[in-house]
Design a protein around this ligand. Structure first.
Ligand code: GLN
Ligand code: ZN
Length: 765
């Protein structure tokens, strides 16, 4: 047989049950017991789904109330002192509320404290909480949750494989603030705790433990490669079998290292890096299991089972029972169940597979490779082949006019008419802003009322005219509030948008939407990425009515608000039948028309959000430049239609900028607003070292925390910024959009922010 398993399954529930429960718990509407019960129910359901599909092992350890990397931090007792959890850690059980405070600054119990830093997991749109490390840190087993979950799964009668972030990748994802601190210095202290965990799991009867080490698909310094050898030599005496899992790319120059680690199995991603299969087969020691990640865990297209079967036949021949089969990575990154999508047309349905369907694909492929295929399996293969043939031939994919327009784009359309200094003068005249101008990032609270109106509109219970009136009311309210707060450059508030990508995708040709295709982004936040099926074009203006109306209400400048081409690409499921950059250029041209239309409607500033620019970076540095070249080109294709006097803003969040600062500057936006408050303005170092030439709004407070920021704190942060950037080029703004907050938090926070800007003007004016 060929063993079938998954590296992880989505935990949110087909109906986002986890999100609802966790948020209700935070609001005090659900008690702790009920929250735990909801978690338990979801786990049991997901194991059952794996079992019913025919997987040979169910995966335990992929569940988290907030984040699986945070789970490991808590498990090994890496709880920063400000959460005052030492006593808990010493007792050996970190409270759930302590975990929530680490994640978001507060919880139903315990004192508020600054949340841990959050950032994107490798090249995904999933955010993890960065382990906080410091020299001499001690670790201990500080949670029994994992073991309880194993017991649950065993009680339900399942053969269990446990998954945990591996020790090296956990350190790799971590951060220490001290000068000269080396994360690897903690490895010796960390390993005994991992050994303890593995020992406990063995006592519970667990045979296999999957240690996720995606760091192995990145460029690793020599010390890290040695550390991998060292660590796994230490762990080899563990009384369980270890499967080291790598994903999101090829092993490249770490291939020999990875195959020779003294463990019982290796998982590789052959979706992102099909070419590595042969090399791994050639180098794999004879005792080792190879888990081949053949079903795409990062995209929603139905697998070509016939082709995969053929491609893997050789691996099966060479490995026999030592071949395992799995999706390329955890299914956390795809929606839960295609069956919920009753409104997608049948043709489209037949082209797709979500997590639940990928279980079936995995099992079918494994059974066929193990020569245990059933009639059902053969029927599945035939159905997949027919659907994929139909997709390739479908007229939904290509629109000749889109290709023609792309071909006719000249170089002149990729840059503004004049360089920034010239534009800045024109903009100063047009906008007449004070020193340290204040603005926000675009969205205001998406109140229950707004969401209800949108729902009613979508269900047809609210007519278009009534819906538009409601949105206008919201816009007017947002404008009024901003004026009375004294904000300098206003936004319309994005009340009409459910999501910054979906909103645009819904109005573009080439995109399709699901009803329930939710994917976890961070904590309780889920996103519903659209699917780019065919060539993209813009049939009509998308935002102009709202922005024009907002501007008509105020004498202050109104900022139009668009999602940039790279983010539109990055946060969608992208067609796999043409290069990503080709799709991105199509989107860029569609958005370019929107910029032109906003400008013609009298909007003096336009923000083109690119929060996903950095996460699109290939995981290997050698491939960066190619990506950055086309990503920057696409942004410029969108923005450069603007006249000198029209101020182009861009916004990015949760990014490290050091290594892409040249590309960020090459975007040539007049103003960039970025997230810096969680890292204490550290991120600005990149802008200073590079001598960033245009204007910057370093976010002065963390919108992901409900705590109201103090004036003095924001002034002090901006003073740090002013040490690095000339004050004439500084803006004052929060670090991201405010849609997830309530007005009760937003108003005092912005009032303080405006007060901080006034204080700064007094000091520097
Ligand atoms: N304009 C968007 C908003 O305010 C930006 C969101 C983001 O960067 N993720 O919501
Ligand atoms: Zn943001």
């Amino acid at each position: 047989m060929t063993l079938a398993h998954v590296l992880g399954y989505p935990r949110i529930g087909a109906d986002r049950e986890l999100k609802r429960a966790v948020e209700a718990y935070w609001q005090g509407e659900l008690d702790r017991e009920s929250l735990e019960a909801c978690g338990r129910e979801l786990r049991v359901r997901h194991w059952q789904a794996q079992h019913d599909a025919g997987l040979d092992l169910v995966t335990v350890g992929d569940f988290a109330f907030y984040d699986q990397v945070l789970n490991v931090s808590v498990l090994v007792g890496a709880v920063p002192a400000r959460f005052a959890a030492e006593a808990e850690v010493a007792r050996g059980e970190v409270e759930l509320d302590t975990q929530f405070r680490m994640a978001r600054g507060r919880a139903p119990s315990g004192a508020p404290a600054a949340a841990c830093e959050m950032t994107k997991y490798f090249d995904t749109n999933y955010h993890y909480l960065v382990p906080e490390l410091h020299a001499g840190q001690e670790f201990r087993l500080a949670s029994s949750r994992l073991f309880d979950e194993v017991a649950e799964a065993r009680a339900a009668g399942h053969p269990v494989k446990v998954v945990l972030t591996g020790p090296l990748t956990w350190l790799w994802l971590g951060k220490g603030r001290e000068e000269g601190f080396d994360r690897l210095s903690l490895l010796e202290a960390l390993l005994p705790v991992y050994a303890l965990i593995l020992g406990r799991l063995a006592e519970q009867g667990v045979e296999w433990v999957q240690l996720d080490e995606p760091a192995l698909v990145q460029d690793l310094p020599a010390e890290w490669r040695q550390a991998f050898e060292f660590a796994y030599n230490r762990l080899r005496s563990a009384p369980v079998k270890l499967l080291v899992a790598t994903y999101f790319g090829g092993l490249g120059d770490n291939l020999r290292l990875a195959v020779s680690l003294p463990v019982d199995g290796l998982h590789i991603d052959t979706v992102r890096a099909p070419e590595q299969l042969t090399a791994v087969l050639d180098n794999l020691p004879g005792y080792k299991v190879l888990s081949v990640g053949a079903i795409d865990g990062r995209n929603i297209w139905r697998a070509d089972l016939a082709a995969l079967r053929e491609r893997l036949a050789n691996a099966r021949m060479r490995l026999g029972e030592r071949l395992w089969l799995a999706p390329s990575c955890s299914l956390l990154h795809v929606p839960v169940d295609l069956e919920a999508e009753t409104e997608l047309d049948e043709e489209l349905q037949s082209w797709l597979a979500f997590a639940r369907q990928k279980l079936d694909e995995t099992v079918t492929l494994a059974r066929l490779l193990g020569n245990r295929g059933t009639d059902e399996d053969r029927a599945r293969v035939a159905a997949a082949t027919a659907a994929l043939d139909a997709r390739r031939a479908s007229p939904r994919l290509h629109r000749p006019e889109v290709a023609q327009r792309l071909e006719s784009v000249g170089d002149g359309e990729r840059s503004r008419d004049n360089p920034y200094p010239v534009r800045a003068k024109a903009q100063r005249r047009a906008l007449d802003l004070p020193l340290f101008p204040t603005t926000t990032i675009g969205s205001f609270p998406q109140t229950g009322e707004i969401r209800a109106a949108r729902r009613a509109f979508k269900n047809g219970e609210l007519g278009p005219a009534a819906y538009e009136a409601k949105m206008r009311e919201e816009i007017a309210d947002a404008v009024r509030r901003q004026e009375s707060l004294g904000i300098d450059m206003l936004v319309h508030g994005e009340a009409e948008r459910n999501d910054m990508v979906e909103y645009f995708g819904e109005q573009l040709e080439g995109y399709v939407f699901t009803r329930h295709g939710w994917v976890q982004s961070y904590g309780s936040r889920c996103v519903k990425p659209p699917i780019i099926v065919g060539d993209v074009s813009r049939p009509a203006p998308m935002t102009v009515v709202w922005s024009r109306y907002a501007q008509s209400l105020t004498a202050r400048p109104m900022k139009g608000m668009l999602t940039g081409p790279v983010t539109m690409l990055q946060w969608s499921f992208v067609r796999d039948d043409q290069p990503r950059e080709a799709t991105c250029r199509q989107i860029a041209l569609a958005l370019r028309d929107e910029v032109a239309d906003l400008e013609a409607a009298g909007i003096p500033a336009i923000q083109i959000d690119e929060p996903a620019l950095r996460e699109g970076l290939p995981l290997r540095q050698g491939e960066w430049q190619t990506y950055l070249d086309w990503a920057v080109e696409c942004f410029r294709l969108t923005a450069s239609v603007a006249r000198d006097a029209t101020q182009i803003h861009t916004h990015m969040c949760y990014s490290e900028f050091n290594d892409i600062i040249t590309a960020v500057a090459a975007l040539d936006a007049d103003v960039i607003t970025i997230e810096t408050s969680r890292s204490n303005m550290e991120l600005l170092d990149a802008f200073q070292d590079f001598a960033y030439p245009n204007e910057i709004g370093p976010g002065v407070y963390d919108i992901h925390s409900p705590n109201v920021p103090e004036v003095a704190w924001m002034v002090q942060l901006m003073e740090k910024a002013a040490e690095r950037i000339p004050v004439e080029r500084l803006w004052v703004n929060p670090d991201c959009g405010l849609k997830t907050r309530g007005w009760a938090e937003v108003e005092p926070a912005l009032a303080n922010m405006v007060e901080a800007a006034r204080e700064l003007r007094r000091r520097h004016g």
